[in-house]
Design a protein around this ligand. Structure first.
Ligand code: GLC
Length: 457
């Protein structure tokens, strides 16, 4: 954080300078800002991992890569990919009702099984499974009809392919791309052909690449891939997993502790411990836990991309449904304190998560607990005009102590939050400020001048 002296107007001085840093995110021009707007405003997306592995007995792709199952044994799971109970309209309704504004579906994981009718390769839901159909097409249509943004997960890695060098962990690659550049080029052409199919058919709003770690940007020809995608859709958003050529960072399986340096980011998160459906994994997070993660991301100015793992027949586990439904209850009640908000203030001022409206005049305070007394808020220089509970507009009163005109240190607010207005999970209080939020960030002071008579007037 770059505070100007002891004070900072949250919108200006507290906003972190954009930096490519470790996140491998590039450029920061106005066009990019416009292009990223919907993403910055969205806050919640739903990730879907669906594929061969959705039979529920192995992890997605990693199972054969790590040697837990043979490659033929892994690929044979495709025989269970029936999609018999697949109802894309229902999926999309569930996603939309959760309050998510975008969704990202695995079009192809590291195992190379394409969920659409690819003409570029031989491994797909159409050609290699009893589903015998393109399962992306009806999903994409339902997503568009619902007015959600459409994201495609695409693995750059395709371990089983002959022309892709790596396959098993700790085993030598099938070939050396420096010695056989034509073979590698053949693979790159294949990836590009699949990406062209996806873009020309569905024109997605976002690409979520994965697996870039196995090759350098030069080897992947990463800038050319992005250029190819932008030739179909100049506004397409690309995640960071493309060796430094993406738009936003993707911390995985853990909400950041401090605000990421990248201006745009999204935490991707599982509901249990697995990306795809796994029968043995019953370690489901409760709706309440997931809600806290969402609010934590909002507080730090990012998005939550929450994963669900449908079964091979297309049915969605009840635990996933329960989480999405509770998200829906909470997001519809608190929408003004979610969509379009910006990162909150630094920790220490109030024992709660916070966020700000774009003009910084409304400060949202999220309470993931039931207060047992007044809620203390210190170091807030901007005066509070009014306060209310979001979702039911119950007025919130306060006491303000030690608001002394000759002190640099602002008074401390103590808010009274009516018990009957509390949300069963996370209560949100909106503080309307007289001017854009500004904070005192100092260590307190010794006051060398007092005029308590003046204060009583
Ligand atoms: C990891 C894993 C992959 C998973 C992805 C989702 O990179 O390789 O299996 O799909 O994270 O974020």
């Amino acid at each position: 954080m770059n505070f100007k002296g002891l004070f900072c107007t949250v919108a200006a001085a507290c906003s972190v300078a954009f930096s490519a840093g470790a996140y491998g995110v590039i450029d920061n021009d106005t066009t990019k800002r416009e292009r990223m707007q919907w993403f910055a405003d969205a806050k919640l997306g739903i990730f879907i991992h669906w594929g061969i592995y959705s039979k529920g007995e192995t992890s997605e792709s990693w199972a054969f890569h790590n040697g837990h199952i043979s490659l033929p044994g892994y690929m044979a799971q495709a025989n269970d990919f029936t999609a018999a109970n697949y109802d894309p309209q229902e999926w999309v309704k569930l996603i939309k009702d959760s309050g998510a504004k975008y969704t990202v579906i695995t079009t192809k994981h590291h195992d190379g099984f394409a969920l659409w009718d690819t003409k570029a390769g031989d491994v797909s839901a159409v050609k290699s499974s009893p589903a015998k159909r393109d399962v992306i097409a009806p999903f994409a249509e339902a997503v568009r009809d619902a007015g959600l943004k459409l994201g495609f997960y695409y693995s750059l890695i395709d371990w089983p392919r002959e022309d892709y060098p790596e396959i098993y962990r700790d085993k030598a690659p099938k070939y050396d791309i420096k010695k056989e550049p034509e073979k590698w080029q053949h693979f790159l052409d294949f990836n590009n052909a699949q990406l062209s199919e996806l873009s020309s058919t569905w024109n997605p709003d976002l690409y979520w690449f994965d697996g870039d770690w196995e090759h350098s940007s030069e080897e992947w020809r990463a800038p050319e891939i992005v250029e190819l995608l932008r030739s179909y859709n100049p506004n397409v958003i690309v995640n960071s997993r493309i060796q430094g050529h993406g738009d936003y960072a993707t911390p995985e399986l853990g909400v950041p502790v401090t605000k990421p340096e990248a201006e745009w980011w999204e935490t991707c998160m599982t509901i249990n411990n697995s990306w795809g459906y796994q029968k043995a994994d019953t370690n489901f997070k409760s709706p309440s836990t997931v809600l806290r993660m969402l609010v934590d991301c909002i507080n730090l100015g990012g998005n939550l991309l929450l994963d669900i793992g449908p079964r091979a027949d297309g049915s969605i586990p009840q635990e996933d449904i329960d989480v999405l439904k509770e998200l829906g209850r909470w997001t519809s009640k608190h929408s003004e304190a979610i969509y379009g908000t910006r990162a909150g203030i630094p920790a220490g001022h109030v024992q709660a998560y916070t966020s700000l409206s774009p003009d910084s005049r409304t400060l949202y305070v999220y309470l993931p607990y039931k207060p047992t007394g007044q809620l203390e808020f210190k170091g807030l220089k901007s005066k509070v005009k009014s306060a209310r509970v979001v979702g039911n507009d119950t007025p919130v009163t306060w006491d303000l102590y030690n608001d002394i005109s000759w002190s640099e240190v602002p008074g401390v607010y103590y808010f009274n939050i009516p018990e009957e207005a509390l949300d069963p999970e996370i209560t949100v209080v909106a503080l309307e400020l007289e001017e854009p939020a500004s904070l005192y960030r100092g260590h307190g002071q010794v006051i060398s001048f007092n005029d308590s008579e003046a204060a009583l007037k």
